[in-house]
Ligand binder design. Sequence first.
Ligand SMILES: Cc1cc2nc3c(=O)[nH]c(=O)nc-3n(C[C@H](O)[C@H](O)[C@H](O)COP(=O)(O)OP(=O)(O)OC[C@H]3O[C@@H](n4cnc5c(N)ncnc54)[C@H](O)[C@@H]3O)c2cc1C
Length: 376
Amino acid sequence: MKKHVLILGAGFAGLELAARLSESLSDEVRVTLIDQNDGFSFGFSKLDVMFGRKAAADIWLPYRDISQRGVEFRQESVTSIDPESGQVTTDGGSYEADLLAVALGADYDMAATPGLEERGFEYYSTAGAERLSGVLPGFDSGRVLIGILGHPFKCPPAPFEGALLLHDQLTERGVREAVEIRVVGPMAAPVPVTEEVSQRFLEALGERDIEYIPKQHVVAVEPEGSARLASGESLPYDLFIGIPVHRVPEVVERSGLAVDGWVPVEPANLRTRFPGVYALGDVVALTMAKAGVFAEAAARVVADDIVAEVRGGEPPAPYEGAGNCYVEFGGGLVGKVEANFLGGPRPTAQLVGPSLELAAEKDEFGATRRERWFSS
Ligand SMILES: Cc1cc2nc3c(=O)[nH]c(=O)nc-3n(C[C@H](O)[C@H](O)[C@H](O)COP(=O)(O)OP(=O)(O)OC[C@H]3O[C@@H](n4cnc5c(N)ncnc54)[C@H](O)[C@@H]3O)c2cc1C
């Protein structure tokens, strides 16, 4: 009997794990990959939608194109997870897993910031980015406030990419001087993985007259253009764009896997405290950035750990939380943050570029994943 590996969530982590297991273990395990959606899109593609460079339909990668030996995809919503027994129920049936991988990502808690849905915008979902793409071309003057509403959040550079690209769009439209752009967030500095990286971001923002307001937390988006801060003060806005509060999906919360909001794991191999249950990607409680490249790197370690478990081999080299994150600086230029969160006593990171070569490298990054995950 082949062991059954059940992967919950077909995002960066789930797709890479399924691809790895198909490559290395398809004779020994059968894999079921479950996601509530009928397709995947890269996080960074939402910037393309927000600025009207692509339509939402153009960034959608349908799961029906997954064709990997030993992997069966099911479009279903996970409704309960029992990590003790490995039993999972969905709106389409129930499953028993020998090995369970929880890769359900992070959800957005829009209600955590009163007024965000009614008076604000966001580009962390495709629908939100689409909505914003309809508003930005008509915004000619006033104050744009980009508020980071909680921590942790996906892709630490993404709020700043939004600001830098907005600067470009307004400049091209000849209205930049009539618009103030400010980013406000709880962190002491933008992208605070290292001081050097933060400094590079501060310089890029400063060169474009974009202000970062540190250590401030917007708690409500109030009427009449006022964003209330936790300190009791408020900041004015004409257009409010929020990076929503993140949380684990509700089904993860109910499963008992999460502690203090996120799922604790062994950093070295992404095992949870429940035997045979892994958690990987944005859903985990590791003190490191939430990004697709790290989710993908985690999937490689989990796949190797499963191979060792099934074949009885050596455990893999420990997960280092390492990867390269591409960052859009505007003008077609892309930089790359090369980071390693867990490999040493403290995180290391450096910002390379930005350059046109790295823009081509980022395109290549997307193309290789599309090819690898969505074609046989
Ligand atoms: C604007 C923006 C820009 C970004 N840019 C970058 C970047 O340049 N580089 C980078 O590395 N990362 C980037 N990211 C972050 C990246 O998208 C995420 O960190 C990454 O997708 C996390 O992978 P994951 O597999 O953990 O979760 P996800 O990719 O979010 O996948 C989780 C999956 O679980 C599914 N799911 C959730 N609940 C259920 C349920 N109950 N039943 C069934 N299925 C469910 C979801 O549908 C989803 O497909 C960006 C994100 C945003 C928003």
